[in-house]
Design a protein around this ligand. Structure first.
Ligand code: IVH
Length: 690
């Protein structure tokens, strides 16, 4: 089965039709005839596939889509809502320099030196909502969820008095207004006071209180809490009647939505900075929490040209306020051993509240960092938390250092397996040399293998892996797929005993069956997921995708790596020598090869068919750009090539299909001619994109 991201629009359409048909057939077998022929997991797989394809191709959602029946099926919890337009998040920056870089990047992308107007908006610290209106009537409310699918909170949103339920005539037929639900500081304190008096649980901060109040299965409870909203963006709209963010705010105001009074249109970086400083100043006096400022390119035409990265728009960014800080004491320093053997020191702290969150651990990164900051056990330190990042130790309060504060001696052996821990030249980290014989590494690799972006086996949580590892039930990834066979393997003659997981405390037949189902559902896996799951150092999801795209078949990739053949590898734009070295090293390790072989006997790795747009003549082709283009910036050109299904490489080789030559092109153009590779000028390239 193809990855959703690789489906062309035509393929998606055909598959959605097929899925609607199959699911309807299965439904009728189950509900009408009491004679199901699909297992629950097979059925779920079809349903998920359907929602996932719809999330990527919202325009293809069929009137008879199975996702529309979700509402009735869900008994516990909220029904799911597929966002016809995904609810995105924003990239974060923490300094005005980074904002300047962002603005520069926007200008470069658009190839202009002129100032660009940005809307500056307080970043409300609540949770986002989407409110759908059809013919001016509020019909559906949803949370953001994972951005593609949220929860149906229609009834809960209706209880918020600021949300208009009926819009004036003349609004677009379909209109999704999005914004933030929040609780004011005053309402938060009042709620906590009341809860405390009644002996009920209190909330750590207004954001949690808002989330806890909105996501109530009983909307009566939501109604009792005072929730507020600000509207700031849109989702699906049948006919957009605004051409800038400022214009949109005017409409929102006319339609009766609360909009933030501090939204300001800025015409240059200086004004952006002023708006930020002003909001910092008034932050404490505002009746609600804000955690930064959002800047959005004002013109919708420019927004459309800029487009999106994977999960965030290129035309907006969140400028977060500086981190919140607190003082606390270091009780101890421990060493954690990660998947790649890295020894990471972690400080155990006297628990402390940092900006609304209790913090009891902080990473110390590596031994140099401890030395540089001269951090000792017993020290009082300044902890900070910025945005969602893990807490950091900013520095030590030497004036509070106890006389007996002990310096931390970094171990030269792995605290888990006792193997030597060595630090290679130009590496900041010390690594355990135990490899997979080190229980910590083996365990972390298993955890990585089943994690969400890898095999995504939800039934195998960290705790289970830990105990299965300790008991020898799971020692490497291949063991996962033999678990079911080993479970019931009683043999009267040889006295071999099955594992009988169902006899474990807290387990039963049902939970064991569910686990096997979850595992069996992953016996076919896409190439990018498989590569990522191997846990090769430096190979994250993006790199795994790049590799899949360029090699198409796992065996081809593996053969090259085993033969230390890195020519093709390093010609890929985005893969450097250090990464290539790590990949080759991984495949020189016999243990890794053995595990991969054992795995391939159990599972199928799908070939990667790159068909983001098979109808494009550039699809599957490798392109190299050189020289300056006139009508497109380099980033725009690359983005266009990628979305036409091409691969973009950094250097010319015999694998290159086209070299696009701008003015002042250098050696790459010469190399292309030398190798007889087809060259294109900018116009020819644009024509091929059409
Ligand atoms: S715009 C594509 N505007 O911040 C644009 N978001 O990190 C999507 N937020 O999920 C969001 N105030 O919950 C936008 N004025 C504002 C915002 C805002 C708060 C939240 C929102 C979003 C998150 C993104």
């Amino acid at each position: 089965m193809k990855e959703i991201t690789d489906l062309s629009i035509d393929e998606a359409k055909v598959e959605l039709e097929y899925l609607a048909h199959e699911i309807a057939k299965a439904d009728s077998a189950y509900y009408q005839n009491d004679d199901p022929y699909l297992t629950d997991s097979e059925y779920d797989r079809l349903k998920h596939r359907n929602t996932d394809i719809e999330a990527r191709f919202p325009t293809l959602i069929r009137p008879d889509s199975p996702s529309k029946r979700v509402g009735a099926a869900v008994k516990n919890g909220f029904a799911k809502v597929v966002h016809t337009f995904p609810m995105l998040s924003l990239g974060d920056v923490f300094s005005i320099d980074e904002v300047a870089d962002f603005v520069m990047g926007v200008k470069r992308f658009l190839n202009t030196a002129d100032d660009i107007a940005f809307m500056s908006e307080p970043k409300i610290d609540g949770l986002s909502f989407s409110a759908r209106y059809e013919n001016g009537i509020f019909v559906k409310g949803a949370t953001r969820g994972d951005g593609a699918t949220g929860e149906d909170i229609t009834e809960n949103l209706k209880t918020i008095r600021q949300l208009p339920l009926k819009l004036p005539t003349g609004v677009p037929e379909v209109l999704e207004v999005r914004g933030e639900v929040y609780m004011s500081k005053a309402d938060f304190f009042a709620l906590n006071e009341k809860s405390a008096a009644e002996g009920k649980k209190t909330f750590a901060n207004p954001r949690n209180a808002a989330a806890g109040s909105l996501r109530q299965l009983d909307p009566k409870i939501t109604a009792e809490r005072n929730l507020s909203i600000f509207a700031y963006t849109w989702g699906e709209v049948s006919a957009r009647c605004w051409n800038s963010q400022a214009d949109f705010f005017n409409h929102l105001r006319d339609w009766g939505f609360p909009i933030n009074p501090n939204n300001t249109l800025c015409t240059n970086l200086k004004e952006i900075e002023q708006s930020f400083n002003r909001l910092m100043e008034i932050r404490a006096e505002l009746p609600y929490d804000i955690d930064g400022v959002v800047y959005k390119v004002n013109s919708i035409t420019l927004q459309e040209r800029l487009g999106f990265l994977t999960r965030t728009p290129r035309w907006a960014i969140a400028h977060k306020f500086p981190a919140e800080q607190a003082l606390t004491r270091i009780d101890d320093i421990r060493i954690q051993v990660g998947r790649t053997g890295a020894l990471t020191p972690v400080a155990d702290l006297e628990p402390v509240n940092v900006g609304g969150v209790m913090v009891s651990h902080a990473t110390l990164h590596n031994e140099d960092e401890i030395k540089r900051k001269d951090i000792r056990i017993g020290d009082t330190v300044i902890i900070q938390r910025a945005g969602d990042v893990i807490p950091q130790i900013v520095g030590v309060r030497l004036d509070k250092r106890p006389v007996d504060a002990a310096e931390f001696i970094f171990p030269a052996t792995c605290p888990v397996c006792g193997a030597h821990a060595i630090r290679e030249e130009d590496e900041a980290v010390r690594r355990c040399t135990g490899g997979l014989s080190c229980p910590a590494q083996a365990k972390e690799r298993l955890i990585h293998f089943v994690s969400r972006d890898a095999f995504d086996i939800a039934g195998l949580g960290d705790k289970i892996i830990e105990s299965f590892y300790a008991e020898g039930i799971l020692r490497n990834p291949a063991d996962i797929f033999t678990l079911e066979n080993r479970n019931s393997g009683d043999d009267l003659f040889s006295a071999a005993q099955g594992l009988h997981l169902e006899r474990r405390e807290g387990w039963g037949k049902k939970s064991v069956d569910n686990l096997f189902q979850a595992i069996n559902a992953k016996r076919t896996i896409s190439l990018p997921r498989f590569i990522y799951a191997l846990g090769i150092r430096q190979v994250g999801t993006a790199t795994a995708r790049l590799l899949a795209k360029n090699y198409s078949r796992f065996t081809d990739f593996m053969q090259d790596m085993i033969n230390k053949e890195t020519g093709k590898l390093v010609s890929i734009d985005g893969i450097g020598v250090s990464m290539a070295t790590d990949m080759v090293e991984f495949f020189q390790e016999p243990h890794n090869i053995n595990i991969i072989k054992a795995l391939l006997e159990q599972i199928t790795v799908e070939d990667f068919v790159d068909s983001s747009r098979t109808d494009s003549p550039l699809s599957g082709k490798t392109i190299v750009f050189t020289g300056t283009l006139e009508r497109l910036t380099r980033s725009e050109a690359k983005a266009k090539a990628l979305s036409a299904g091409a691969k973009v490489a950094g250097s010319v080789s015999k694998n290159t299909d086209y070299v696009v030559i701008g003015t002042d092109a250098g050696s790459k153009a010469a190399k292309a001619r030398e190798l007889g590779i087809k060259t294109l000028n900018e116009d020819e390239f644009l024509n091929l994109l059409q």
